[in-house]
Ligand binder design. Sequence first.
Ligand SMILES: [Mg+2]
Length: 259
Amino acid sequence: MSLRLYIFDLDGVIYRGEESMPCAAETIHRLREEGKIVRFLTNNSALTREAYVRRLRGMGIPCEEEDFMTSAYATAIYLQSQGAAGKRVFIVGEEGIHEELRRVGMRVVVDPEEEGADYVVAGIDRDFTYDKLRRAHFAIRHGAQFIATNRDATYPASGGRIVPGGGAIVAAIATCTGVEPLVIGKPNTYSMELLLRQCNVSPQEAVLVGDRLDTDVLVGKRVGLHTVLVLTGVTDEEAVRSAPEEMLPERVIHTLADL
Ligand SMILES: [Mg+2]
C-alpha cells in the first residue's frame, strides 16, 4: 500500500525555536507535488493554530489552520465531546490552550478558590509560578478533573539547546496533588486518531516523522503507522541504539532531505 499521508512533528523536525530545519520547506513542497497529504502534529500547546500557520508560512511553508493538530486543540475537542462547554476551567498554560478552550465554549477562571473549577488543564507555561501551582492544587483537591495536554520532559530550542517542556509543569501539579492527569497528547493515541479520522486515511497509509522516541515513535507504533525518526531534535543515534522495541523507528534519517 502506498503512503498517502505524511504527519510531521514540529519542534525538532520542522524548526528549533526560530530556526527552520534544513530542507523542511523543500521536502514538504516535494511531497505535496507528489500528491501526498501533509499534516502537522505537535504536543506543544503554547501557540494557537493560527500562530503556527504564521510561523510556518514565515519559513516558506504554505499551510492552513486545518493542517495542524496541536495537543491544545485535541484537548479542546476531547473536552467538548465530554460535554464541557460552559464548564469552568483553570488553565496552567499559554495562549494555545486558552484560545482552544474558549473556542469550545469553556469558561476560563482565574481564581478557583472564589469561582470554583470543573477542570484543570495544564501544559507548557513559561510564566509558571508558585501561585499558579497553588491554585491548580486547590482546584484539583476540591474535585476538578486534572487534564494534561502532554508530558514532554523537554523540547529542542534554537542554538542546539534543550529546555524544560510541559511535562515538567504537569509533574509539579501531580506531585503536590497526588493525582495523575489524563494526558491527551502523544504518546497517547487520541490526537493521532483524531487526525487520521479528519484525513480519512488508515494508519497503514500514513507515516509519522518525529524527533522523540517516547512520544512520536511510540504513538506512531501504537496506532500502527510507519515511523521515521529525524536526528535534528532531541534524540541522537546513541539513544536510538538503546531504545526499547516499542520505541524503535522503522527508519532513522539525518535531515528531512533524506525522506
Ligand atoms: Mg519534537
